[in-house]
Design a protein around this ligand. Structure first.
Ligand code: SF4
Length: 284
């Protein structure tokens, strides 16, 4: 299936988000999805445009609120494969609470964060992922706040699938997203997606120099939660691969008592006039 559409992305040439878009399109095709059964909900920021660039259902949400919309979508129609996507400002500033609670709630969906460590759409301010000391328009003398640590945050919130990719490695990123889509539960995927226009420190070259691919580490085991945290901390978060996976963790849908097998959107509304009238009476 072809998940490309005719819309030409208006990202800057070289933006890491192009690779994320390509990886999602390839992963969706590789796992055998149909465009009509796939929905992408995005937030606000350069990354938020992604929902319009993929041949699937797209919903461009509001800042930091892609996750509540995506979770509602999945609960209403469990036949859809649902993905939320947004930037590090979206997921780790205004939307941090949704990120944490969506992870622990564990509704079966995938969340891709396009992490460029800066606010790109508003032309280069410090984001919650900017490095300590980062000099930007909003912190000209250097940021004095340490960055959010997405992998430790996701693991400690109880995620059953945590991964990190890099826009400079499309093959690995595609594979990670495929695995995230297949995972039954909430999949958290952070992606180093360089902003080539406003972040002149965390460039493709910088990541290539600093990243450690944990999939090439023979001592690593992604089913071992404490080892995963240990490795992430050892490399200061600059790791890629599937970091932690617990296929046994039950999803929200599996734990809801008597949750309908059929999607709620297809359920018959069984409210008789009597029931509806007595319901309204309660508000009189
Ligand atoms: Fe990408 Fe940065 Fe350009 Fe936004 S400003 S499109 S994040 S390179």
């Amino acid at each position: 299936k072809d998940f490309r559409n005719d819309v030409k992305p208006n990202w800057c040439p070289g933006c890491g988000d192009f690779a994320v878009q390509a990886a999602i399109q390839r992963a969706a095709a590789n796992v055998g999805l149909e465009p009509e059964n796939f929905a992408i909900v995005s937030g606000i920021g350069c990354s938020g445009r992604i929902s319009g660039y993929i041949n699937a259902y797209g919903f461009h949400g509001i800042h930091g609120r892609a996750l509540p919309i995506a979770q509602g979508l999945k609960m209403a129609n469990r036949d859809l494969t649902v993905m939320a996507a947004g930037g590090d400002g979206d997921g780790f500033a205004i939307g941090t609470n949704h990120t944490i609670h969506a992870i622990r709630r564990n509704i079966d969906m995938t969340y891709v964060v396009m992490d460029n460590q800066i606010y790109g759409l508003t032309k280069g301010q410090t984001s919650p992922r900017s490095m300590f000391g980062a000099k930007t328009k909003s912190t000209p003398k250097g940021s004095i706040e340490p960055p959010i640590r997405p992998l430790e945050l996701a693991i400690s919130a109880g995620a059953g699938f945590v991964a990190q990719g890099f826009s400079g490695d499309l093959a690995q990123l595609t594979r990670i997203i495929e695995e995230g889509i297949k995972h039954k539960g909430f999949s958290f995927i952070n992606v180093f997606s360089p902003c080539v226009t406003f972040n002149k420190v965390n460039t493709y070259e910088w990541f290539k120099e600093h990243i450690v691919n944990l999939e090439e580490d023979p001592t690593f085991d992604p089913s071992n939660r404490s080892l995963a945290v240990q490795k992430v901390m050892e490399h200061d978060g600059l790791v890629t691969g599937i970091i932690y996976r617990d296929p046994e963790r039950q999803s929200y849908q599996e734990l809801v008592p008597n949750f309908s097998e059929a999607p709620l959107v297809n359920a018959e509304l069984k409210l008789s006039d009597d029931v509806f009238a007595s319901f309204l009476k309660e508000f009189e």
